[in-house]
Design a protein around this ligand. Structure first.
Ligand code: ADP
Length: 606
C-alpha cells in the first residue's frame, strides 16, 4: 500500500494540461431554443434602436438646415417650419426609448432563463457523475463552473445581443451612408478592413487560450480557499492557518500574473486597433482631399463622410471591447458545457430490481480486481473473494490502506470492479438498478457521518424522503437518538449547523444511524463506525448499532478488533486479497495474521 501511495500519488493539484474544450454550440442551442421568440423580439428591438441611431443624425442635420435657413432669412415662419422636423425627431426619440426599454427587458428574460436552465442542467449532471470524477476534480472548481462561468457566459451573451448587434448594425448602416456619399473612398476602406479583421482574429485566438488559463487558475485559488474554509476545524487544530494562507497567496499570485498577462494582451489589441482606426481617419482626409481637388467630392460631403466614419470607428472600437468579452464568455461557456455533456460510466438508475419480499441480501465477491481510475497502475484489490451470507455479520479487518473501505465502495457501486463480479442474491450487481440498490437495499454508515445544514428531522428523512414523521421518530428511537434529540429545546426541529457542527460526534453518528435505518435496508455497511468516538459515546452508539444490525446482512469495516469479535465471520484483508477467514476463536487458534493484529493492538492499549 505505502509504495503505491508514493508512486501513484497524483498530489494535491495535478497541473492538468487538459485540452481546451470546444464550445458546444449544439448544446447551447438546446437551451436557447425555448427562448427563441423572446430572443427574436429582443433582436428586432435592438436592431430598431440601431437603425434609429443611423437615421437620427440625418434628421438632426435637416433640423439644423431649417434652423440655419430661418435665421438667415429672418422670416417669422420659424415656428411653423421647425415644427414638423422637430416633432418627427421627438417621435423617433420616444420610439427609441420604448425600443430600448423593450429589448433590455426581453434580453434580461432570455439571459436569466437560459442561465437558470444551464445551472440546473449542470448541477444535475455534476451530481450524476462517477465517484472517480470527484476524485479528479476539486469541489471549488466545480462550484465555480456553476457560478462564475455561467455568470460570465450570460453577460457575454447579453452584451453580444445588445451592444454587439447595435455596433455591427451601425457599422453596416454607416458604411451604406458612406457608400452613398463616396463609393471610391468607401471602396478604399473596404480594402483595408479585411486585413485588419484577420489580424484581429489572430490576436483573438491567443487571447482566448490566455483567458482560459487565467480562469482555470482563479478556480484553483478558489478551490484552495474552499477546502481550507470547509475544513476550518482541522486547519485550526493543526495551526495550519499560515500555511493555508501561504498556499492561497501563491495561487492568487499565479492568477494575478495570468490575468495581468491577459490584460496586457487585451491592451495591445485595443491600443493597436485605436491606432489603426485613427490612421483610417487621417487617410480619409488625405484621399478625400485629393478627390476634392478633382471636384469629385464637395466639402460638405467630405464633412458628412468624416462624421459617418467616426460613427463607424466608435462602433468598431466598441466591437473590439466586446471581443474580449466574447472570448471570455465562449471559454466560460465551453467549461460549462464540458461537464454537462459528460456521461458517467455508471448511470444513476436503470436496471432490474428484486422485489422486497424475495430479497435475501446474499452478497458474493468473486475474484474481484480493482484499482482506482485516478491511479490505474496501483491495484487495490486482487482476486478478492468473499461471501456475505444473509442476516449474518461479516467483519473485514486489516492494516489501514489494505482496501477495506474500497470493498464497501464497490458494493455501493461507487466504482466498477476492473475484474471479477459482485452478486446480490445471485444477480450481478451491474444488472441491478443502482438507485434502488443504494436507496433501498444498502444502508451505509461511515466513520465521519456527513449531515446537512438543516433540521434533525430533515437529516434523518434524507434516508427516505417519503417517510412520515412517525417513521422518522421510530428510526431515531432504534438508533438511541430520540432521547438526546428531545433534550434540545427545538427537538427534531433543531438545526444541526453546516455539516452538523452543532452536534457531538456521538450524536451525529446516531442521527446518521437513524438515517440509514429509515430505509430499512437489507444490507448494512458500517465503515469504522465507532472509531472516531470516545469510550462513553462509543458504548451508546455501539448499542444502537447492535440493534440496527439485527436481521440484516452486515459488512463491518473495523480497526478496533474489540468491536468485531462477535461477528459471524472475520476476514483479514492483506495487500488486496483475503489472507484469513474464520470466527474470532478460529482465527486466534490459527495464530496467523489476525492473532498478530490482536497482539499488536493489545500492546498499544494503555
Ligand atoms: P482501508 O479502508 O483498508 O484503510 P482503503 O480502501 O481506504 O483502505 O484504501 C485502499 C487503497 O486505495 C489505499 O492505498 C488508498 O490510498 C487507495 N485509495 C482509497 N481511496 C482512493 C481514491 N478515491 N482514489 C485513489 N486511491 C484511493
Amino acid at each position: 500500500g505505502a509504495r503505491c501511495q508514493e508512486a501513484g500519488s497524483p498530489g494535491p493539484a495535478p497541473a492538468s494540461p487538459k485540452p481546451e474544450p470546444d464550445f458546444a454550440w449544439a448544446e447551447f442551442w438546446k437551451f436557447l431554443r425555448p427562448q427563441l421568440l423572446a430572443l427574436s423580439a429582443a433582436v428586432v428591438f435592438a436592431l430598431g434602436v440601431a437603425l434609429l441611431n443611423i437615421r437620427i443624425p440625418m434628421l438632426l442635420g435637416e433640423l439644423v438646415n431649417v434652423v440655419a435657413r430661418c435665421t438667415q432669412q429672418r422670416v417669422g415662419t420659424y415656428l411653423r417650419e421647425v415644427r414638423r422636423p422637430a416633432l418627427r425627431l421627438l417621435l423617433l426619440y420616444s420610439l427609441q426609448g420604448l425600443l430600448t426599454f423593450s429589448y433590455i427587458v426581453m434580453l434580461a428574460r432570455v439571459g436569466e432563463r437560459v442561465a437558470g436552465s444551464m445551472r440546473k442542467a449542470l448541477f444535475a449532471s455534476l451530481l450524476r457523475q462517477d465517484m472517480a470524477f470527484f476524485d479528479a476534480n476539486r469541489t471549488g472548481q466545480l462550484v465555480n463552473r456553476l457560478t462564475t462561468d455561467i455568470q460570465e457566459f450570460k453577460s457575454s451573451f447579453k452584451l453580444v445581443i445588445s451592444q454587439g448587434l447595435r455596433s455591427v448594425t451601425q457599422t453596416v448602416g454607416c458604411f451604406a451612408s458612406l457608400y452613398l456619399l463616396s463609393p471610391k473612398l468607401t471602396g478604399l476602406l473596404l480594402v483595408v478592413m479585411p486585413s485588419l479583421v484577420g489580424a484581429g482574429a489572430l490576436i483573438g485566438s491567443v487571447l482566448r487560450s490566455l483567458s482560459r488559463q487565467a480562469q482555470e487558475q482563479v478556480a484553483k485559488a478558489t478551490g484552495v480557499a474552499d477546502e481550507a474554509l470547509g475544513n476550518v476545524r482541522t486547519v485550526r487544530a493543526f495551526a495550519m492557518e499560515d500555511t493555508e494562507v501561504a498556499l492561497y497567496c501563491h495561487e492568487v499570485d499565479q492568477s494575478s500574473r495570468l490575468n495581468e498577462k491577459l490584460g496586457r494582451g487585451i491592451a495591445v489589441f485595443q491600443g493597436l486597433s485605436n491606432m489603426v482606426l485613427n490612421g483610417i481617419v487621417l487617410g480619409t482626409i488625405f484621399v478625400g482631399g485629393s478627390l476634392m481637388a478633382g471636384e469629385e467630392l464637395s466639402p460638405g460631403d467630405l464633412m458628412s463622410f468624416m462624421v459617418a466614419s467616426q460613427t463607424v470607428q466608435r462602433s468598431m472600437a466598441n466591437i473590439s471591447v466586446l471581443f474580449g468579452q466574447v472570448v471570455r464568455g465562449l471559454s466560460a461557456g465551453a467549461r460549462v458545457f464540458e461537464f454537462m455533456t459528460l456521461e458517467p460510466t455508471v448511470s444513476l438508475s436503470g436496471g432490474d430490481q428484486i422485489p422486497s419480499h424475495s430479497l435475501l441480501g446474499h452478497i458474493c465477491f468473486r475474484d474481484v480486481c480493482f484499482s482506482y481510475p485516478t491511479r490505474p497502475s496501483c491495484p487495490v484489490l486482487r482476486n478478492f473473494s468473499l461471501t456475505l451470507p444473509p442476516r449474518k455479520t461479516v467483519a473485514i479487518v486489516g492494516e489501514s490502506g489494505g482496501g477495506k473501505s474500497t470493498v464497501a465502495a464497490l458494493l455501493e457501486r461507487f466504482y466498477e470492479p476492473t475484474g471479477g463480479a459482485i452478486t446480490l442474491d445471485g444477480r450481478e450487481l451491474c444488472t441491478l438498478d443502482p438507485s434502488w440498490l443504494r436507496g433501498q437495499v444498502i444502508g451505509f454508515i461511515s466513520q465521519e457521518p456527513a449531515l446537512f445544514g438543516t433540521t434533525i428531522l430533515e437529516n434523518i428523512r434524507f434516508g427516505k424522503p417519503s417517510a412520515s414523521d412517525a417513521e422518522v421518530y421510530a428510526a431515531a428511537q432504534l438508533a438511541n437518538a430520540d432521547s438526546f434529540i428531545h433534550s434540545f429545546p427545538q427537538g427534531y426541529g433543531t438545526i444541526v449547523g453546516e455539516r452538523g457542527v452543532m452536534l457531538s460526534g456521538g450524536q451525529k453518528q446516531r442521527v446518521a444511524i437513524a438515517r440509514a435505518l429509515l430505509k430499512n435496508p437489507a444490507v448494512l455497511i458500517l465503515d469504522e463506525a465507532t472509531s472516531a468516538l470516545d469510550a462513553e459515546s462509543e458504548q451508546v452508539v455501539q448499542g444502537a448499532l447492535e440493534r440496527a444490525m439485527a436481521g440484516r446482512t452486515v459488512l463491518v469495516i473495523a480497526h478496533r478488533l474489540s468491536t468485531v469479535q462477535g461477528a459471524d465471520l472475520i476476514v483479514v484483508l492483506a495487500r488486496g486479497c483475503v489472507a484469513e477467514v474464520g470466527t474470532h476463536a478460529e482465527l486466534l487458534r490459527r495464530s496467523g495474521l489476525y492473532a498478530e493484529l490482536i497482539r499488536r493492538q493489545a500492546m498499544e492499549q494503555p
